[in-house]
Design a protein around this ligand. Structure first.
Ligand SMILES: NC(=O)c1ccc[n+]([C@@H]2O[C@H](COP(=O)([O-])OP(=O)(O)OC[C@H]3O[C@@H](n4cnc5c(N)ncnc54)[C@H](O)[C@@H]3O)[C@@H](O)[C@H]2O)c1
Length: 321
């Protein structure tokens, strides 16, 4: 299937592109490179287009005639969304609406959207099923939830099958694809820990008095290669009912301290940890119940042990330096 991948030079998108190609599909990369580099498109067909530019998008659809769409492009920082909510409504909702307009001219069979665990907000349910209360606490999660609703609501009249994948914490890198995590600024825990441990710099841990086994926050880390595989399975599942949202996580949590210790072990260096106050809005535990995705398409995580995630993330960081 020809699949247009927006945000296809980004961290997760570059893995999805390669996962689709490995499964025999033909990805077309669409990205305006605001947060990534052209080289990450590799040899795949590449269109440098901003989603806001509906005529340019319509032209891309007309030339490539994709049958599937994976929409990953977006703005990704919770903190930035609090400081600049307009950007998040613009880029995560309006720009997505522009993509739907293009689909109204050239409908695709399946439209997959990158959503987030942030749609659940500060919850004390664990593990979290898709039926949990949706109560995002920042414009990032609210804008993602709004687009989920717009997509699922528009899908019947557009004649497309929609699915939203709510990612938990994507991490790691495929060992051979050379497209690991490289956000700027980097806000995600594992690359930040690797950088600090390599540099011998102290690591800030925000709060060690949470109601978790070691007092630090617990998150569900999913290997980005497993995430890419989930996209392949969902886009191929023609029988899947439209309008569903799926958790993409493993069902197992690891704490901030466990991550730090694993990175230290892998690098053979003792991390220097400094504990400071909790950050407002950080839930104690966010772990997915991934059983819906498993039961609907048979997906399961295969590479998401903390050891394999950290090993691959360190491998990528060392290859870059
Ligand atoms: N990384 C995670 O753990 C995580 C967790 C939950 C959800 N997500 C979602 O997954 C998606 C991908 O995340 P990522 O970590 O790969 O981010 P990323 O920043 O690496 O990739 C996003 C890509 O989208 C492009 N882009 C952004 N806005 C665009 C626009 N208007 N037009 C064209 N291109 C545009 C950027 O240039 C970038 O290449 C995002 O939608 C994010 O919200 C990520």
């Amino acid at each position: 299937m020809k699949v247009l991948v927006t945000g296809g030079t980004g961290y997760i998108g570059a893995h999805v592109v390669r996962g689709l190609a490995q499964a025999g599909h033909e990805p077309i990369v669409v990205d305006d490179l605001r947060a990534s580099k052209r080289e990450r498109a590799g040899d795949f067909p590449f269109e440098q287009v901003s989603l806001e530019d509906t005529p340019a998008l319509v032209d891309v659809f007309a030339r490539h005639r994709p049958e599937g769409l994976v929409h990953l492009a977006g703005s990704i920082s919770v903190g930035e969304s609090v400081r600049n909510p307009e950007l998040y409504w613009q880029n995560n909702l309006s720009a997505g609406a522009s993509l739907l307009l293009a689909c109204s001219r050239h409908p695709v069979r399946a439209f997959l959207f990158s959503s987030t665990a942030a749609v659940y907000g500060d919850t004390d349910v664990s593990p979290i099923p898709e039926s949990a209360k949706l109560q995002p606490t920042a414009p990032y999660g609210s804008s993602k939830l709004a687009f989920e609703r717009l997509l699922h609501g528009s899908a019947p009249s557009l004649g497309i099958r929609s699915a939203a994948l709510r990612y938990f914490n994507a991490a790691g890198a495929h060992p051979e694809w050379g497209v690991g995590e490289a956000h700027d600024p980097e806000e995600h825990l594992i690359p930040r820990v690797i950088e600090a441990v390599v540099a011998g710099r102290p690591l800030q841990v925000y709060g060690n008095d949470y109601p978790t086994p070691d007092g630090t926050c617990v998150r569900d880390y999913i290997h980005v290669t497993d995430l890419a595989a989930a996209h392949v399975q969902v886009i191929e599942a023609d029988e899947l009912e439209s309008g569903q949202s799926f958790n993409c996580g493993t069902g197992t949590g690891n704490s901030v301290m466990q991550v730090i210790e694993q990175v230290g072990k892998r690098l053979g260096k003792e991390p220097i940890v400094e504990v400071s106050a909790r950050r407002p809005g950080d839930p104690a535990t966010l772990v997915a119940d991934p059983s819906l995705l498993r039961s609907k398409v048979g997906w399961q995580a295969r590479h998401s042990s903390l050891e394999e995630i950290v090993d691959s993330a360190v491998g990528w960081a060392q290859a870059r330096s």
